[in-house]
Design a protein around this ligand. Sequence first.
Ligand SMILES: Nc1ncnc2c1ncn2[C@@H]1O[C@H](COP(=O)(O)OP(=O)(O)OP(=O)(O)O)[C@@H](O)[C@H]1O
Ligand SMILES: [Mg+2]
Length: 321
Amino acid sequence: MPTRTLNRNAEAPEIELPPDAATADDHRNPRRRRNEEEPVPDVGLLVQPEPRHELDKLILHAEVKTDILAGLRALEIRADLDRIWNLSSIQPQEGKCILNFYGPPGTGKTRAALGIALRLGKPLYQVDYSAVISKYLGDTAKHIKAAFAAAREHDAVLFFDEADSLLSKRVATGESCSTSINQNRNCLMQELDRFDGVVIVTTNLFENYDPALLRRIQRHIKFRNPDASMRRELFALHLPNPDRVKADYAVLAELSKGLSGGEILNICVNAIHAGSVDADPAKWMVTQGMLEREIAKAKKAKAEHAGERSKNRRKIGFQPS
Ligand SMILES: Nc1ncnc2c1ncn2[C@@H]1O[C@H](COP(=O)(O)OP(=O)(O)OP(=O)(O)O)[C@@H](O)[C@H]1O
Ligand SMILES: [Mg+2]
């Protein structure tokens, strides 16, 4: 979604708007002007987690795994928690658990959400961000409500993947867009307060969250890039036929320093493609050389991307805060 800016007057610097900011320049919903009944659209997708999404198949830092399991256990032993701690007197909603997974791309946040749904025996209602955001005043809030209603209806884990824009800070009243942004944030907070179920939000931009939303989230879990022994396991996991692999996993783990689980997945898939070109599938094989070439390509692309980003930041006079 392209970034929009608001120029308050000729002298003032432009401020960056969240994508759900409806400004005075935006149209009012023409249907509403004609008093037409509006159907509430589907704003998400119901995903059934599969056995391959098992939490045990994720290679995570120990503290991340511990935090996830602690959240799940709290739901499982709720009756005992009530009996011993009288938990209902301070937290009356028995099934409520709001989790925030934050951290760099490709570290397993989305996969962990699927793993949690699988463990709870529930589907995942994955909110489609582009369907929620509307340029028409009032519609985004309506779509947020629809997402919660759908999760209730399907008894699903509600999943806001890459939620940073929807959860970003409110803006000072006075800006022409403030009504819509603040209405959306307030609506989200009300719905979170009412919802007695599991909600998972993920982001790469945790610093943008509105503080009032922050405190409604029970557990903030930071995902990080894997260390060397985890990278070794990630290579083994993503090369599922070891009989067809001739590689030194310890060397691969060293060479892939700084890469994420998602990047290791791509390296392995590309190496499998490279090793499957012979007309005779009996000869298909992944070698150390194939994997090393793919690691080098992934690192080069990453370095070039970082270079482009810093060049662009210098161009626009980016000031780190
Ligand atoms: N910790 C991990 N353990 C096992 N596999 C992983 C892990 N992290 C990433 N992967 C692999 O990478 C794929 C992509 O990971 P995922 O989509 O969960 O990342 P993400 O953290 O949600 O990234 P983004 O922030 O870009 O959405 C997974 O399907 C899995 O194959
Ligand atoms: Mg994700």
